[in-house]
Design a binder for this molecule. Sequence first.
Ligand SMILES: [Cu+2]
Length: 323
Amino acid sequence: MKRILQVQFKKKRAFTLTAAVILSLAIVAAGCKYSRPAVNDAGDEAASAMQLQSHGHAHEDMPGMDMSDMDMSGMEMDASSGAVDGASWAWPSGQPQAGTPSKLRITLTDAKGKPDAGLQISHEKKLHLIIVSRGLSTFMHLHPVETAHRGVFELPVTFAAAGSYKLIADFKPKGGEQQWQSKWVQVGGSKGAVKPPQTEPMLVVDKKLVQVSEGMKISLSFESEPRSGEAATLQFSFADSGSGEPVSDLQPYLGSVGHVVIMDAEARQYLHVHAMGEAEHGPIAQFRAVFPKPGLYKIWGQFQRNNRVATVPFVIQVTERQK
Ligand SMILES: [Cu+2]
C-alpha cells in the first residue's frame, strides 16, 4: 500500500509539474493574462496535450477534471485503442464495496455518443470485461450481459478486497477492429470483504515460466528474448500434470485454443494478443504480441480442458530493443 501511495504521489507531482510547464508555455504563447482560474486552464491544456500524445483519444476519464482531487490513475495515455467508440461506466447500485456484489453498467457508444448497436460477436461474446487490481494480483475475465437496450451491458461484480481496480472493456464494433476502453474504479472496504484492503506484493520476474493448474503443467517460452517494439511469439506447452504426457485434447475456450491477456506492471498498457492457430488443441499453442516498452509484464493464459478453465499467470521482463 505504501509503495502504491508513493507511486501515486510521484505521479501526482510529475503531473502538477507538467501542468505547470504547459500552463506557463500557454501564458507565454498567448502573451496575456488568463482570467479563468489557473487550475482549469492547466487542466484543459494538459488534457489536450495528452490527447495529442495518445492518438487524439484520451477523453475517457477526463470530464470535469478537478486538479485538487484528481485520481491520477485516470490519466491514462493508453485509455483506449484509439478508435471512435466510447464507453461510459456506472455503478447503479452505488460505488462498489468489497465482498458484496455491485452492479456494473457499461454503455458502449458510437462516435456521436449514441449507444452502439453494431457490436460484432468476437470470441463468442459481444463484450469481454477484464478486471485487474492495481498490483495485478487479481485478474478477472467476465462477460457482461447486454440489456434490452442495445449497447448497454450489465453485470454484478464482487471484489474480494478494497483498493483500485482497472476495468477494460474489449469489443469489436461493426466494420471495425477489436478495441478496448478502460476505467479505474476505487472499491471501498466492507465487512463482507474476504481479504484485507489491497496489500499487493511487488511484481517479481518468474524464474521458471511453469504453472500447474487444472491437471495440467503449462509452460511458457519465447522464440527469442522478448524485446520492446518487436513482435514476440509466446509459446505455451501443455502436459498432463499426473502422467507428464503431452496434452492434445484442449477444448476451444471462447472459440479459440486459449486466451491471453497481458498488462504492464503499472496496469497502464493492455495488450491484445492473437492466437496464431485458433483451432489447435495442444500440446502447443502460440500467440503473438508486441510489448510496447521495456519492463515487467504480467501474462495470464486461459485454457480449457475437461470443461474446466485453467488461468495461469506469468511475470516476464521485456528488454530494450537493440538498435
Ligand atoms: Cu471474454
